[in-house]
Design a protein around this ligand. Structure first.
Ligand code: NAP
Ligand code: ZN
Length: 371
């Protein structure tokens, strides 16, 4: 069963000013339909830091008009005859920050062949601001509907609400994957730098993966109480403790840094690592990272690496862990019609710790109706 009498409408950015709360509600043309696709009626979409970088062309020119949002949850309203994953009309599903890869269609691709589609270097398609192999543009989830290749659509477990599941699809998996890949577990001490959307997930995953100790590194003590409630064992407020780096030197095995600004004390962060420790940068400042001095790396055999979102399988695995360990994100639900205000609040660092846009149940254009 499917019904195709719906229009794709959402909040579009037309130029850089969109990031200042100047997105406009309008119709857009989804990618030309393929039988491997599904259409999703969006109920929820989280607001990620990447949405702002993209709306303001912070990482390079954005292909406007652009509808951001890549923490999408909704129900399947159309299923292609060649869709993967047993998806059915009415299923509750999600799409994260990636909605296509080469999938081996353009020759050999080690990443896609080994279930690490997120590292596809041949044709990685972001859920927004991307171009599919068939030439269609990708439009994200600040909208009523989304069309996505089925390989990148995952079922949401019954035990997780749609509002809670949404931010896991990018913010969640972006911290889950590196923590898992770098051996978080018993015997390890983990540092999470920046307690925002990504960072708060990092704390909860590190606890769920049974790290011995989780340390949050934040700028001020404003989020300390929250961090401890999330499960953190220690909290460092870098702007308030002049000797923080000395005091906590060589105490951490794995660091995940979610900081989105280049004005970070990177060498001091690195000094927190023990011999052989690993620093994983996931935050993506628009003007790069500070200069790195070599001797601290050489003398402690430190490793600096990065990590990009997660594959569909990583997302499934993370959702299963969330069910088992009862991981529940800290979110605020915001009506879809208030998306412009919500991104301004995000820029100001207000969410505690993720805002999730919510469409009205009847799915009509509440923007047209309500504004
Ligand atoms: P967010 O909710 O705004 O969190 C970012 C946190 O970084 C803030 O809460 C803040 O934590 C810290 N921070 C901000 N400015 C800082 C500064 N000047 N100095 C030190 N710390 C600062 O954003 P998010 O959604 O978690 O995203 C974070 C970054 O990750 C963005 O750049 C986003 O594009 C990127 N990202 C990367 C991937 C990937 O695959 N690698 C995926 C998704 C997002 P405190 O208040 O605790 O200091
Ligand atoms: Zn994201």
């Amino acid at each position: 069963m499917s019904s195709t009498d719906y229009k794709f409408e959402g909040w579009l950015g037309f130029d850089k000013s969109a990031a200042e709360g100047n997105m406009k509600w309008a119709e857009f043309e989804p990618k030309p339909w393929e039988e491997t696709d599904v259409d999703i009626k969006i109920t929820h979409c989280g607001i990620c830091g990447s949405d702002l970088h993209t709306l303001r062309s912070g990482w390079g020119p954005t292909n406007y008009p652009c509808c951001v949002g890549h923490e999408i949850v909704g129900t399947v309203v159309r299923v292609g005859s060649k869709a993967e994953g047993g998806l059915k009309f009415g299923d509750r599903v999600g799409v994260g920050a990636q909605s296509d890869s080469c999938q081996g269609r353009k020759g050999d691709c080690e990443a896609c062949a080994s279930g690490m589609e997120n590292y596809c270097g041949v044709h990685h398609v972001g859920t927004y601001n991307g171009v599919y192999l068939n030439g269609g543009k990708s439009y994200g989830g600040y909208a009523l509907y989304n069309r996505a290749p089925s390989r990148f659509v995952v079922k949401i477990p019954d035990a997780i609400s749609s509002a809670d599941a949404a931010p896991m699809l990018c913010g969640g998996v972006t911290t889950y994957a590196p923590l898992k890949n770098h051996g978080t577990g018993p015997g390890k001490t983990v540092g999470i730098i920046g307690l925002g959307g990504l960072g708060h997930f990092g704390v909860m995953w590190a606890k769920a993966l049974k790290a011995d100790k989780v340390v949050v590194v934040s700028r001020t003590s404003a989020k300390k109480e929250d961090a401890l409630k999330m499960g953190a064992d220690e909290f460092i407020a870098t702007a308030e403790e002049p000797d923080w780096a000395k005091k906590h030197a060589s105490t951490l095995d794995i660091i995940v840094c979610t900081v989105s600004s280049s004005s970070m004390p990177l060498m001091q962060y690195l000094s927190l690592l023990r011999f052989d420790g690993t620093f994983v940068q996931v935050g993506a400042p628009e003007d790069g990272l500070p200069t790195i001095q070599q001797f601290p790396l050489i003398f402690k055999r430190l490793k600096i690496t990065g990590s990009l979102i997660g594959s569909p399988d990583d997302i499934r695995e993370m959702l299963a862990l969330a069910v088992d360990a009862k991981v529940k994100p800290w979110i605020q639900e915001v009506p879809m019609k208030d998306a412009n205000k919500a991104i301004v609040d995000m820029e100001a660092g207000k969410p505690r710790y993720r805002s999730v846009l919510v469409n009205e149940p009847q799915g009509v254009s509440q923007v047209k109706a309500g504004l």
